[in-house]
Design a protein around this ligand. Structure first.
Ligand code: MGD
Ligand code: MGD
Ligand code: MO
Length: 829
């Protein structure tokens, strides 16, 4: 194995092949700033990555009060030492010269520096006025999937029981609302059934709308390593783009976007037709099989071929592989979740596993993925639209139980209507019933759909906007108060990845200037607001991360996400721990549902479910009659066409997503030189056939227009499916000199200028993956090429004259096969 590799040119590093059912070998990746030798490092401080949901465990290298690099943790179950490109280089953004170091308030139209007292008093004064004049429904909180568990729990307590508002949601609504909802629909409760170790045992791995090679590169390394070992798995990939996953698959289905349910119904049709059904499992553990069989009876591969534009024979081939699998592991992500039938499609993957009895055993698992590093905690702490601990807001016993934990009256916890989802919160702000919006750890002026609308909402005079961030983002520029936050490496806390693994991330250095940890800001607000419990004691009784964690443990006790067996100390030194972790399973729990669903009983389920097609909520009576025994629920859904289909004026389908080198709106990765350089500006992907038919080629400057707006970028010709355009959504308008403000005459470069305000009726997750668009040439390339990577799904078609993406001397990272002798005994040394 090469001792060091340019991890921009070779994002997945070198292979450590292994055989089926063997443990994944370790490989410790490290990157230290130029001129820093390992011996010069003062301390290694334990942490985990917050640039995706994988939970890659790492140690932060510190010299003085400066972060100088990172190293993977060999002992961790998630990554066994490996790091992805964002993990390796992303930390450099912490020390960017334009970090916010002081609070800002808007005075005479301009944001000016002030001290914390001024800023907080302004927020508190507005909160109190609004509470008096308009009541709790005038205040909303829009948070993140990137803070820590301790932050969310505190926010949930103060928003629900302090303010008493039902307007609290996370950007997890854009991200993994469908994952949570699909799990509730099938298993009665959120909670990831499978785990990453399932990749070690599976003989078939199916990826549904999930570009794992780029979005969880470390798990892709694991799959690549298995592909080179004995008894390698076969991959099935459902994605309209030629991702690395697609290129390594036994079968790649590239459907027309927005047709996932048709495709899934055809796969289920074939599996049922060939009777690849585990009837014993179904009889013992599930209800609803007959309805599914009925629903998919006529959904033949030929039928789906006409809708999805995929050859029927390929669908049949995929069904055969899925039907023959002896241990099937599936993952689902945004290609399914950000669609008009998101939950309906994701639930069909659960159905596939239920009817094949592929749950709860090594290699037999479904991963309804998370995207953000801490999205799981947003959900379980109730900082999304749910109550903490996966409690059911419609179940009075659950509300009473939560009220006991918080020592408040049940009536103090709003539960008269469903908690407000983020898209609805922005609607209320637009209509004027929400008058204060506190945005923490998210950049909606780039990440929400239809940006011209979002800008006009956030700039309203009557709306008081608070933004808590590291940088003066597009959103912060529109705020009335900007609070400078400390982040990863500068604050301590825990978070939970997509396979329920909890990690501790410790403070390594001081934050810049007066920036404060999010927890301190929320605690400060709670204290200034003087929120009280029912005995007139303080509502929020904790004062630092560890005491916040202990408070959360009490709230999680006896719930599916039981943390009572976890302590900060237990998380130090070794591997992360998977919840539930309690007296019964002191070392955590690898897989849920070994003996069938455990949380679906009507008295304990998190939700009574919804109609998959309309989103209409079922009540407790319907739930009891459908599922009296608390089994898994097989829920069928008919296919409905996407809402916005191509037309003569907008002849293309438009989809959006990610590249391996950047994270979201690039506030961090745009400030890490190696990552920035690998993909410095937006581009537009088009198929060879479409380009040729229009006389277009690599590097041409084009405009993409939808009824909402337009964006400009250079064209990259790839093997994407014909009729489809792809635009990465990473590029806002202020983050680099190439960007320009939204008021300029020329269209910007943010994908969300073009996306639509619309959402899945069940999960309320917005539709970022389907729109109809027009494409116009602005000027030919004249030698320019698209600023798109060549190493990924955006690789140019063969023979294109494009320079290969590489990082050069500044991007070499070390990789060591054997466990380094000095890894253990606590993360901090
Ligand atoms: N490098 C990187 N990694 C990340 C992130 C990041 O910003 N950058 N973000 C993290 C977060 S928050 C998330 S949510 C995840 C997202 O991770 P992914 O879901 O893997 O990422 P996306 O690129 O949004 O979408 C995945 C794929 O969906 C495909 N797709 C589009 N439309 C359809 C469709 O109609 N049907 C099907 N079957 N597929 C379709 C696209 O071609 C794309 O390749 O990544 C996480 N990891
Ligand atoms: N078109 C299109 N749009 C999309 C998507 C898509 O696929 N296509 N994907 C959607 C998805 S899945 C997601 S998850 C969202 C992501 O959208 P956003 O959440 O808006 O994206 P980020 O850039 O991650 O924004 C996080 C913000 O938090 C700040 N931050 C980072 N760490 C901390 C911290 O510790 N404390 C505080 N207070 N702030 C911090 C960062 O500087 C940044 O400004 O985008 C969604 N939007
Ligand atoms: Mo996400």
């Amino acid at each position: 194995m090469e001792p060091s590799v340019d991890r921009i040119a070779h994002p997945w590093g070198s292979r450590t092949p292994y055989d089926r059912n063997e443990p994944w070998p370790t490989r410790v990746d490290a990157y230290l700033a130029e001129g820093i030798e390992p011996e010069k490092v003062d301390r290694w401080v334990q942490a985990a990555s917050i640039l995706h949901s994988d939970g890659d465990a790492m140690d932060i290298a510190v010299v003085g009060n400066r972060i100088v690099g990172v190293r993977g943790r060999a002992t961790d179950r998630v990554n066994r030492g490996r790091l992805g490109p964002k993990d390796l280089y992303g930390w450099q953004a912490n020390a960017a010269p334009d970090r916010l170091t002081r609070p800002l308030i808007r005075r005479d139209g301009h944001l000016v520096e002030c001290d914390w007292d001024d800023a907080m008093e302004r927020v508190v004064a507005r909160s109190k006025t609004l509470l008096n004049e308009r009541g709790p429904g005038s205040i909303g909180f829009y948070t993140s999937g990137q803070l820590f568990l301790e932050d969310y729990y505190t926010l949930a307590v103060l928003a629900r029981a302090g303010i008493g508002t039902s307007h609290l949601d996370g950007n997890t609504r854009l991200c993994t609302a469908t994952a949570g909802e699909a799990l509730k629909e099938s298993f009665g409760c959120d909670g990831q059934p499978g785990c990453y170790d399932d990749f070690d045992h599976a003989d078939v791995i199916a990826l549904f709308g999930h570009n794992i090679a780029e979005t969880q590169p470390v798990q892709w390394m694991r799959i690549l390593d298995r592909l080179e070992g004995a008894d390698a798995p076969r991959l099935v990939c459902v994605d309209p783009r030629p991702t690395r996953v697609a290129r390594r698959s036994a079968v790649h289905l590239a459907p027309r976007v927005g047709t996932n349910v048709a495709l899934m119904n055809a796969l289920l049709h074939e599996i049922i037709r060939a009777d690849r059904v585990d009837h014993d499992y179904v009889a013992a553990h599930a209800v609803g099989y007959e309805e599914l069989a009925e629903q998919v009876r006529n959904c033949s591969p030929e039928w789906a071929a006409g809708i999805c534009d995929v050859p029927a024979a390929r669908i049949a081939e995929a069904a055969e592989i899925l039907g023959d699998a002896d241990r099937l592991t599936s993952t689902v992500l945004q290609g399914f979740y950000q669609s008009h039938q998101a939950t309906a499609a994701a639930v069909q993957v659960n159905n596939l596993h239920l009817i094949r009895g592929m749950l709860g055993r090594p290699g037999a698992g479904v991963l309804q993925m998370n995207g953000q590093p801490t999205a799981e905690n947003t959900r379980e702490c109730g900082a999304d639209g749910d109550l903490p601990g996966f409690r059911n807001w419609e179940n009075e016993a659950h509300v009473a139980d939560l009220a006991k934990v918080w020592n408040v009256e049940p009536s103090a916890i709003p539960h008269y209507a469903p908690p407000t989802h983020a898209m609805q919160m922005f609607r209320y702000a637009e209509q004027g019933s929400i008058r204060m919006l506190w945005i923490s750890g998210t950049n909606p002026a780039v990440s929400l759909p239809e940006l011209s609308r979002i800008r006009s909402i956030l700039t309203q005079e009557r709306l008081f906007v608070v933004v808590q961030d590291l940088f003066l983002t597009e959103s912060a520029r529109l705020a009335d108060v900007v609070l400078p936050a400390a982040t990863w490496g500068e604050k301590t806390g825990t978070f939970t990845n997509a396979d329920r693994t909890v990690h501790l991330s410790e403070k390594a250095v001081d934050p810049p200037g007066e920036a404060r940890p999010d927890l301190d800001v929320f605690l400060d607000y709670a204290a200034r607001m003087d929120f009280r419990d029912k005995d007139d004691g303080p509502l929020v009784t904790w004062h630092d991360p560890e005491s916040a964690f202990d408070a959360w443990k009490r709230c999680s006790a006896g719930r599916p996400c039981d943390y009572t067996g976890i302590t900060y100390d237990k998380l130090r030194g070794g591997s992360g721990v998977q919840w539930p972790c309690n007296g019964e399973s002191p070392d955590g729990t690898e897989r849920l549902y070994r003996d069938g669903p455990a949380w679906a009983h009507p008295d304990i389920c998190e939700s009574y479910g919804k109609d998959l097609v309309t989103g209409a909520a079922d009540g407790v009576v319907e739930y009891r009659s459908l599922n009296p025994g608390g089994k898994a629920m097989i829920k069928a859904a008919e296919y409905l066409p996407p809402h916005e289909e191509p037309s003569p004026a907008y002849p293309f389908q438009l989809t959006t997503g990610r590249t391996i080198y950047h994270f979201h709106t690039r506030t961090k990765t745009g400030r890490a030189p190696q990552l920035d350089a690998a993909a410095p500006d937006v581009w537009v992907e088009i198929s060879g056939g479409d380009a040729e038919a229009r006389g277009l080629g690599e590097g041409d400057l084009v405009e993409v227009t939808t009824p909402r707006g337009a964006l400009r970028g250079r064209l990259r010709v790839t093997d994407i499916r014909p009729g489809l355009l792809f635009v990465p959504f990473h590029y806002g308008y202020w983050d680099t000199p190439g960007g320009h403000g939204p008021d300029d005459e020329t269209p910007g470069r943010a994908a969300n200028e073009a996306t639509v305000t619309d959402w899945d009726p069940v999960s309320k997750q917005p539709l970022f993956k389907t729109a109809a668009a027009a494409l116009t040439l602005l000027r030919h390339a004249e030698g320019a090429t698209a600023p798109a990577p060549t190493t990924t799904a955006s690789a140019p078609i063969r023979n294109a004259d494009v320079l290969a993406t590489a990082g050069g001397p500044g991007a070499y990272a070390s990789q060591v096969r054997d466990e380094p002798p000095d890894t253990e005994e606590g993360g901090t040394r």
